[in-house]
Every structure is written in C-alpha cells, then in structure tokens.
Design a protein around this ligand. Structure first.
Ligand SMILES: NC(=O)c1ccc[n+]([C@@H]2O[C@H](COP(=O)([O-])OP(=O)(O)OC[C@H]3O[C@@H](n4cnc5c(N)ncnc54)[C@H](OP(=O)(O)O)[C@@H]3O)[C@@H](O)[C@H]2O)c1
Length: 338
C-alpha cells in the first residue's frame, strides 16, 4: 500500500503533539511537514521527549509548501486561523481534517458564537466528523470538521436516545474536563495554583459547545429543538472528560440494553454496566458510556480523552475513513493505567 503524505499545522500545541505521536506510528500515513506560527526549530528541540524518535524541521505554516509535499493536512489551530489555511489548502487539492470549530456549525450559528466566516464556500460542503453518525459522508469528504471535545462525549451519549427523549423537558449536561482542553496558553483560570485541588464551573449555560450539541441533536432527530443546558467544569487533571447527562424518557426502555445493541458494531464505543471513569479512556480513542434510569428520569455518563477521542485520534480516524483505510488503523486503544 502506497503511503499517504500528511502535514500537521499547529504542531506545537497540545492536539498537534498528539497528532504527531499517532502519525509517526501509523502504517499508512507518513509525516512530511509540521508547522506552527513561527517555525525555525526542529521537533526534538521543541519536544525533547521526541529526541531519537522523530526529527523534522518545524516550518512557518504555508499552504503552498504543504500542497507540494502532502495530500492531507491536519489543522490543529485556533478557530479563525484554521479557515484561512483550510480554504487555500482545499483550493490546492489537499484534503483537510480541521480540529477547530471553523467548519462544525451552520453559518448563522458560527457567526453568532465565533466570528465572521471567511470561507462560506467550503463551509457548506464540510462534513461533521463524528463517524458513529456521519460515516458515509466522511468517506466522500474533502473537508472534515472534527467535533468539539465536549460535543463528542455528549453526543455519543445522547444521540442514540433521540427518539426516546421527551423534548418537553430540559436536558442538563454537567461536564468536566482536564486542563489540556483549554490549549497550551496559560491563564488565571488554568494556572496550577488555581487548578490544583480545585473544581470550578466556567461559562455555565453559555459555552460555545452548547449550540454545537443542539445543532447536531436537531439533525439526527430530524428537526427536534431540544432545550440543552450545558455547564462545563475544570478538573485538576491533565487530560480526560466526563459528561453526566440528565433527561426525561417518553418510553419505558432498558437504557443499557438499548445502548449495547445500538453500538454493537462500533469499535470505539464501549458500553459498561457500571459507572465509567476518565482514567479508563485516558490515552485511547474510546468513548465509554454508562446509562441508568429511575422511573422516566434517564442518566447517561460518557467519558473520553479530550486530546484523543475529543480531537487528535478522532481526527486520524476521520483521515483513515477519508483515505479508504480501516477505521482503527494506527489508533491508540490501551489506556494509561495505572
Ligand atoms: N485541547 C483540546 O482538548 C481540544 C479538543 C478539541 C478541539 N480542540 C481544538 O483544536 C485546536 C487546537 O487546540 P490545542 O489545544 O492544540 O491548541 P494550542 O495548544 O493552543 O495550540 C495551538 C497551535 O496552533 C499554532 N498556531 C496558532 N496560530 C498559527 C498560525 N497562524 N500558523 C501556524 N500555527 C499557528 C500554535 O503555534 P505556536 O506555538 O507557534 O503559537 C500551536 O501550535 C483549537 O481550535 C481547539 O479549539 C482542542
């Protein structure tokens, strides 16, 4: 099998590093180009942990240079910067998996919650990269918008239940994340002294992942407008996310048996008979899910590694699907335990 040459833009960020780790061990992808905003050093200078493992010069990101050496690019960039690169790369014939929010939402939603969109043409053709629900579209896509980390964990827990959820009641999502979810730049709220031995909510009921969850729930349920209430928290952890979801059922079902049947063919979803943990998925592309009901009240709990299933390994799964490879080729599955 001929290898596919790939580029990673945003290689000096948290998700960029996870992409590098997966791609250098991938049997069918070859890492040809890595970039950040300035370039000018090698990967092992930036990450001493990569010394003697991989060495390649980090470039200042340039779409034309990428098009000369790669067929597919991963964009691990902040929103807004990503669409600038994606537009040029796609016009030059390079397939793109974008980890940012730039191509995840409908235009009106994006502009309300982020900024003016600069690539409406490609936005209209972008595919939402949640393979468990949009696999066939991903196979044909030239541009895949990787879902947000919280939406990944939430949607994988909630979407199977769409037809059983009573939409006249609100849905509450109590989400928790490790600090890597905020990216490498430190702030008062991600400073060790604030985070350590602490738990705090941020952007309660106004986080930008709420409209993403709402929009995809509407698509899968064919038009239902759910009342989504999303509250994220920061945990004193490096990686991992847990979403505790509470909603109302309109039919009497066994949620666990239903989930097991729903996901029986999915390689990266594991349904458990007991509450799931963040540690159980750390370092993997798995989403672990548990569900239980009390009368008509449904509780769903799902966990992912935010910088893998919530971004980088999910991005490589999408690239596998776009390239006609087995979905699990080169994808990490063994959790960092103990
Ligand atoms: N962290 C997560 O858990 C997570 C999960 C899902 C999705 N995402 C999304 O994935 C994207 C990357 O997140 P992250 O956490 O990896 O961010 P990060 O740690 O802040 O890294 C951002 C990267 O983008 C690079 N960059 C910024 N502007 C650039 C430009 N104009 N040209 C080339 N490179 C540029 C930075 O390079 P410099 O080092 O030179 O500044 C850095 O390598 C974001 O859109 C984020 O929302 C993140």
């Amino acid at each position: 099998m001929k290898k596919i040459d790939v580029a990673i833009v945003g290689a000096s960020g948290f998700t960029g590093l996870e992409l590098i780790k997966i791609i250098i061990n991938h049997p069918n992808f070859r890492l040809k180009y890595v970039a950040n905003s300035e370039g000018g050093m090698s990967l092992s200078e930036l990450y001493p942990a990569l010394k003697s493992v991989v060495d390649i010069d980090i470039k200042k990101g340039d779409a034309k240079e990428i098009a000369k050496c790669a067929n597919l690019a991963f964009l691990a960039l902040p929103h807004k910067s990503a669409m600038g690169f994606a537009k040029e790369l796609l016009d030059l014939g390079v397939k793109v998996v974008d980890l940012s929010a730039d191509y995840r939402l409908e235009l009106e939603t994006y502009e309300r919650y982020y900024c003016t969109h600069q690539d409406k043409e490609h936005l209209s053709r972008a595919v939402y990269g949640l393979p468990e629900f949009f696999r066939d579209d991903i196979k044909r896509a030239k541009l895949v918008a990787n879902p947000g980390c919280y939406p990944t964990a939430t949607l994988l827990g909630l979407l199977p239940f769409c037809k059983y959820i009573d939409e006249s009641y609100p849905i509450f999502i109590d989400a928790k994340s490790g600090v890597s979810g905020a990216g490498k730049k430190c702030s008062d709220k991600t400073h060790f002294v604030f985070i350590d031995e602490n738990v705090s909510a941020y952007n309660p009921l106004s986080h930008r992942h709420e409209p993403e969850i709402k929009e995809k729930m509407k698509i899968i349920s064919k038009g239902v407008e759910y009342d989504i209430n999303f509250v994220p928290h920061l945990l004193p952890l490096i990686r991992g996310e847990m979403c505790d979801i509470y909603c109302k059922l309109k039919e009497d079902i066994d949620p666990l048996e239903y989930l097991k049947e729903f996901y029986k063919d999915e390689k990266f979803i594991r349904v458990f008979d007991k509450p799931v943990t963040i540690k159980g998925v750390g370092g993997t592309n798995f989403c672990d899910i548990f569900a239980k009901k009390s009368n008509s009240n449904l509780y769903i709990c799902s966990t992912i590694d935010n910088i893998l299933k919530g971004s980088s390994s999910a991005a490589v799964v999408n690239a596998n699907i776009m390239s006609g490879f087995e979905e699990d080729l080169g994808i990490p599955t063994i959790a960092y335990v103990p």
